[in-house]
Design a protein. Structure first.
Length: 317
């Protein structure tokens, strides 16, 4: 009897690994490819756009085809200014640099495809008033090296301390004045650039835990969630409209301190802080992109990435 029970238990365990597969043919409508435009413009640079074709979600090809024969016209404040030139790989460029307050519109035409258009405005930057920093040293670690010496054909190895790494948190307060006359949308971009000879390394890791960002260091009760992480660090002036506001964020940093005998030129490091005033369309695009990446769509409705391309897909921001 005991052997029968054992066999039944093993049979049940084996059944757990048995699965059936049924192939179901797709009977819905296969949509045609649409024009995809990706363009992010600033008042100090010429207008560029990347143009490609969308692909059907059941397509096995994971690459997107660039469009090389598009005719893209640029309108500024309703007036035709020029036709963009194709560089390569679906990248188109214009010679014009838009100004603050301009409304920029792109119209793209491709043979055998539906015409598309997109429009955005160049918003007024906010007034930057003051930048304050406070460094908090959080620890250190010795820089160790192994040195081998040979005396009378006898080698000996010892560990020497060449210096130390000092760790700190740089707490930064950027005070700016929000424009009362308009609804404003912001994005904070901070990078730490290290230049060592011809090698350049850019690190975008920083923390924005300010209340207007929606982020928080507090532990939220309930199941783990990535909602509200705001990885693109965008926010609006909803609670600071027309006010002067101190935006608080921080960076983790490491300083190398060498002993004089081991002194050598160290890499040059620079921190760049960019508080961007963005269009509403670009803000919504980044918000939905963030929500799409962090959502568990197994238990929720699919999230549609925002687009302002009429007749197609993509973003002009």
């Amino acid at each position: 009897m005991k052997k029968i029970n054992t066999y039944l238990w093993l049979l049940c365990c084996l059944l757990l690994f048995v699965a059936c597969e049924k192939q179901i043919d797709f009977t819905g409508k296969v949509t045609n490819s649409e024009i995809v435009i990706s363009s992010f413009i600033t008042p100090d640079s010429v207008i560029k756009a990347q143009v490609s074709e969308s692909r059907f979600f059941l397509n096995d090809d994971y690459t997107f085809k660039s469009i090389e024969n598009a005719i893209i016209t640029v309108y500024i404040n309703g007036s035709l200014r020029e036709t963009m030139q194709n560089l390569s790989n679906g990248i188109y460029t214009a010679s014009i640099k838009p100004k603050v307050g301009d409304v920029v519109k792109l119209i793209a035409k491709v043979s055998s495809m539906k015409d598309v258009s997109c429009e955005t405005d160049i918003v007024q930057p906010s007034e930057l008033i003051q930048l304050d920093t406070i460094s908090t040293w959080t620890g250190s670690k010795p820089i160790l090296d192994t040195v081998t010496t040979t005396i009378n054909n006898e080698s000996s190895t010892q560990i020497v301390v060449k210096g130390k790494y000092r760790f700190r948190t740089i707490n930064i307060t950027l005070t700016f004045k929000d424009n009362l006359a308009t609804q404003n949308y912001y994005r904070l971009v901070v990078d730490k650039t290290t230049v060592n000879g011809t090698k350049v390394n850019v690190n975008y890791e920083y923390s924005l835990d300010d209340i207007i960002s929606g982020n928080t260091k507090e532990v939220v009760p309930g199941p783990p969630s990535t909602i509200g992480k705001n990885v693109y660090h965008v926010f609006t002036d909803e609670i600071i409209n027309g006010k002067q506001y101190p935006l608080i964020f921080s960076i983790k940093d490491t300083i190398t301190v060498l002993e004089p005998v081991y002194a050598r030129p160290l890499p040059k490091r620079t921190i760049h802080i960019d508080l961007q005033n963005t269009s509403k369309s670009f803000y919504l695009y980044l918000k939905t992109l963030d929500a799409k990446a962090s959502a568990n769509e197994l238990f929720s409705e699919p999230i549609q990435i925002y687009t302002n391309v009429v007749g197609g897909i993509g973003i002009l921001g």
